[in-house]
Design a protein around this ligand. Sequence first.
Ligand code: AMP
Length: 104
Amino acid sequence: MEDCVFCKIRDGEIPSPKLHEDEHCYAVNDINPKAKTHILIIPNKHIHSIAKMEKGDETLIGHMVKIARDLAAERELRGYKLVFNVEKHGGQEIFHIHMHLLSD
Ligand code: AMP
């Protein structure tokens, strides 16, 4: 998707070290962290928001949750939050689904 920051990071047009990458999603550190650990898990597929998910996308979201769990386990986080901001009124600023993994 043209002019989408997360599509550009996916394609390497915006450099950002990937903490994880597979055929379904990737993970990067948030550029403006709100917690000691603040990682974004982002699907390769451009989907506007959770509100705009289509049939079959739930498998992808489940995969993202598993990757977040694995990243947290690797970092030995004792607890964390997984957050989706949904649409403008839910605080979403970038309209390509992403899950925040937050831990202090
Ligand atoms: P949201 O409000 O849920 O749409 O969150 C968007 C998040 O993306 C914010 O926490 C931003 O700090 C983060 N962000 C914006 N641009 C970048 C970037 N180039 N690399 C990593 N994180 C970014």
